[in-house]
Design a protein around this ligand. Structure first.
Ligand SMILES: [Fe+2]
Ligand SMILES: [Fe+2]
Length: 131
């Protein structure tokens, strides 16, 4: 099962960024495959953590670029990143409490978030900065 299917809508038209986003989605999907293939609490916890870490590393890089370039919508963009990270933390907490990962919910919320974020915030960032 693929957690996030790459959609044409994800493309910003900036080859280097599209490549990086594609790699990010691939990494998330790989971690997710490991997660669904396991019934060990520790392994599932580990891969949920990996998904979080990979997304957060991409955001950190983007935020660094925004700070360096004194991007005018830095706060707003960063807030959107934090919203997704919070949602993932909630899913991780839910798993710790109830031992259940709602894969459908995780996949839907990530797909929904990435579709919107790539199309709006990241598209604006990359066209604005010309990178
Ligand atoms: Fe991005
Ligand atoms: Fe972003």
């Amino acid at each position: 099962m693929t957690l996030i299917e790459w959609k044409d809508e994800f493309n910003l038209g900036v080859p280097s960024i599209d490549h990086e986003h594609r790699e990010l989605i691939d990494l998330i999907n790989e971690s997710f495959d490991q997660l669904v293939g396991s019934d060990s609490h520790l392994v599932i916890q580990h891969y949920l953590g990996e998904i979080y870490a990979r997304i957060s590393a991409h955001f950190a890089l983007e935020e660094k670029i925004m700070r360096e370039k004194k991007y005018d919508q830095y706060e707003d963009h960063k807030q959107d990143h934090e919203q997704l990270l919070d949602d993932i933390l909630d899913i991780m907490d839910e798993y710790d409490e109830k031992d259940i990962v709602d894969c459908q919910k995780l996949g839907d919320s990530l797909t929904h978030w990435f579709t919107n974020h790539f199309k709006t915030k990241d598209a604006r960032l990359h066209t604005h900065l010309g990178i």
